[in-house]
Write a protein that binds this ligand. Structure first.
Ligand SMILES: C[S@@+](CC[C@H](N)C(=O)[O-])C[C@H]1O[C@@H](n2cnc3c(N)ncnc32)[C@H](O)[C@@H]1O
Length: 285
């Protein structure tokens, strides 16, 4: 496992570089817009994780929105954020300083597909967090086995996944035929949501909860980052739609994504967010 403790470092050794920076921006906007959900989720976790966790491991932390939320929720915990991307960890360091929790968050640059030799002694974590991560690893069963090994008996693993890409637009956008976003999702979201219950049990965990969070936020609840978040998400979906939508729908999408147009996603006042995220709470017996 390639590791780097305590500092972002290693910025020159890049696996993906620019795409990681773009993903970090998207994940930060995601956390800003969905802050009410993240607050509810960590509050729920605080009810289940008693006594309050002291050592927390954030698996595939990205830019650390989960690490920050956990550091705020559990005021005396030390959080270790692990990610393969130095760009993500660099961003996390900056954000931890901005949030005033830098002394309680350390980073570990590591490939979690390899044996976890640097995460510390076996059985030493009280809580692990794996948000939008488990589906990235080569062998989830092996990753879950290592998570199990690194948790103390009684410790919790929280696994969270996005069931489907967020939706933002009203049925009739004023551009093209109504129902455009529904058609885009139907054409591009073709895989079923991730399901981890069996694999968690196979790894030895007791699955205590499996909770889908139905997120419905209007523009006031979502806050000022909503339009930028929607623009980035919908541009990403559009990039998968070229061969699956007809020419009229593609032209309508391009008009919506054109920031110079009055109806564009970045200028609209009628956006909201609708999505579902599922969280599993698994305990090491
Ligand atoms: C979709 S992002 C989620 C980030 C963060 N958990 C969040 O919810 O915002 C997935 C993250 O997993 C990291 N990742 C993917 N494969 C990895 C691996 N084998 N070892 C460590 N990190 C990995 C990526 O670099 C990326 O930051």
């Amino acid at each position: 496992m390639n590791t780097h403790h305590g500092t972002h470092g290693n910025i020159g050794h890049s696996r993906a570089g620019a795409s990681d920076i773009a993903l970090a921006q998207l994940l930060e906007l995601d956390a800003e817009v969905l802050a009410p959900y993240l607050t509810e989720l960590t509050g729920w976790l605080a009810d289940l994780a008693r006594p309050a966790p002291v050592r927390i491991l954030d698996l595939g932390s990205g830019p650390g929105t989960g690490s920050l939320a956990l550091a705020h929720r559990f005021g005396s915990a030390a959080v270790t954020a692990v990610d393969i991307s130095p760009q993500m960890l660099h961003r996390l360091h900056k954000q931890a300083a901005v949030h005033g929790v830098a002394e309680r968050i350390s980073t570990l640059e590591a490939n979690l597909d390899e044996p976890w030799t640097e995460t510390g002694e076996a059985g030493s974590y009280d809580l692990m967090w794996a948000a939008a991560f488990l589906h990235h690893v080569a062998d989830p069963a092996r990753t879950l086995a290592q998570a199990f090994e690194n948790l103390r008996p009684g410790g919790l693993l929280a696994v969270s996944e996005m069931d489907f890409f967020p939706r933002f637009l009203p049925e009739d956008t004023g551009i093209g035929r109504p129902g455009l976003e529904v058609r885009l999702h139907a054409a591009t979201n073709t895989l079923p949501p991730h399901e981890w219950t069996d694999q968690l049990q196979d790894a030895g965990f007791t699955v205590e909860e499996r909770r889908p969070f139905e997120i419905r936020l209007d523009r006031t609840q979502a806050g000022p980052a909503l339009n930028d978040y929607a623009q980035i998400c919908l541009a990403k979906l559009r990039s998968h739609a070229t061969d699956v939508l007809d020419a009229d729908d593609l032209a309508a999408w391009d008009a919506l994504l054109d920031q110079t147009q009055p109806h564009s996603i970045t200028r609209r006042g009628d956006l909201g967010v609708r999505t579902t995220r599922t969280t599993w709470i698994a305990r090491r017996p």
